[in-house]
Design a protein around this ligand. Structure first.
Ligand SMILES: Cc1ncc(COP(=O)(O)O)c(C=O)c1O
Ligand SMILES: [Zn+2]
Length: 361
């Protein structure tokens, strides 16, 4: 039976806990070992991320009433060296649906009837949609300046959008204060490790589609929910013998907000400057220390996105048929800037993680 374990003091908590973290202040990780990954255990009759449910800690079938058909996104060649995975083709138009579907399964399973969450927009869209489907009340804190389309989407699902007059980090602080004061359930993509049980399916799918994992993965990192999911999946795939080496991970951050760039064991203290890449404008990543010290067995490099490259990258992708949001274009801009000076060995994969219509300001 899976349980939460404090990543700082090791104390355990049952999955039914309403606490968002351990009493010592540490964040929870998940004590859960899936069976060795094998395509034979994938339920090929299920057209959502829940086809991989044998590798998730799901104790019941409530996911059937929660899934919106997330996942199953195409992985296509952009050119002879670069694959793109179309994670913007999701029910709420971003990769966050992978995590939110599993997190809301947990909320429903343990009988939570109201949640709060903070977000730059996409995770909030996602949690709001899945809560609507599951019949759970929802309030999302977003920072002032969040794209109006994201706010409208949150409200359209019947959730309350609380637009906070502050930065992304201050908005998270305000939301957490509400969680503490009112004892609410914090359905947060960074705190709750169930979210990573969803984001890890990003690479399960790539493996199922290509029969391998590309040599280099370019991953946007704000709080690192895709990054952490990728490392989980890679360790599982390697242990199961599906892959024989770990790909090179490129953690892509904005040059205007890069607490992991040049960091040692702790994220650097920085003051974020405004960037078009709103999805990764995280100055204080809550799992930053965990990401830096994850002991990833392969190569890992933090790279920077030139702000000036974002709009041209967005246009270039649109000219090839992919209309993505600024944060996604930013990852492509980071890839292009890096490749200019550093030839990469083998092929690469990039997540097209958010849709263009959402980031029209
Ligand atoms: C489109 C998009 N890409 C990337 C990210 C970064 O995700 P994370 O903060 O979990 O690293 C976000 C987060 O909101 C996002 O909306
Ligand atoms: Zn603890």
């Amino acid at each position: 039976m899976a349980q939460f374990v404090c990543s700082r003091c090791g104390k355990t908590a049952p999955l039914t806990t309403r606490a968002s973290h351990c009493a010592c202040g540490g964040l929870f990780s998940l004590d859960f070992t899936p069976p060795p990954f094998s395509l034979e255990l994938v339920d090929r009759s299920e057209w959502s991320i829940f086809r991989y449910r044998k590798f998730m800690p799901l104790a019941n079938d409530l996911w059937r009433g929660i899934t919106l058909g997330e996942g199953m996104t195409a992985t296509l060649p952009l050119d002879e060296k670069l694959w793109v995975k179309l994670d913007y083709a999701m029910p709420t138009l971003s990769f966050k649906d992978r995590g939110a579907a599993v997190l809301v399964w947990l909320c429903r399973t343990i009988g939570v009837d109201r949640v709060v969450q903070d977000s730059s927009g996409n995770a909030g869209n996602s949690v709001a949609a899945y809560c609507a489907r599951a019949g759970i009340g929802c309030e999302i804190f977003v920072p002032k300046g969040t794209s109006p389309k994201k706010i409208a989407m949150i409200e359209s699902h019947g959730a309350k959008a609380n637009v906070f007059d502050g930065t992304r980090d201050e908005t998270a602080d305000a939301c957490r204060a509400k969680v503490r004061e009112e004892g609410l359930y914090y359905a947060n993509h960074v705190y709750n490790p169930f979210f990573y049980q969803g984001t890890k399916t990003y690479l399960y799918e790539v493996y199922e589609q290509l029969g391998r994992i590309p040599d280099n993965l370019f991953i946007p990192v704000g709080n690192g929910t895709l990054q952490i999911g990728c490392e989980l999946a890679l360790r599982e795939l390697k242990e199961a013998g599906c892959i024989d080496r770990f790909p090179h991970l490129f953690l892509v951050q904005s040059e205007r907000c890069a607490p992991l760039f040049g960091a040692g064991k702790m994220p650097r203290r920085i003051t974020p400057e405004p960037t078009l890449a709103e999805g990764i404008a995280i100055g204080k990543p809550m799992r930053g220390e965990e990401i830096l010290n994850s002991g990833y067995p392969g190569e890992r490099t933090v790279i920077l996105i030139p702000e000036q490259g974002i709009l041209p990258a967005r246009e270039a992708l649109a000219k090839k048929g992919f209309f993505v949001e600024h944060t996604t274009a930013a990852v492509y801009a980071g890839y292009l800037a890096y490749c200019k000076n550093h030839p990469i060995k083998g092929d690469a994969l990039l997540s097209l993680c958010g849709a263009g219509l959402k980031s029209e300001h």
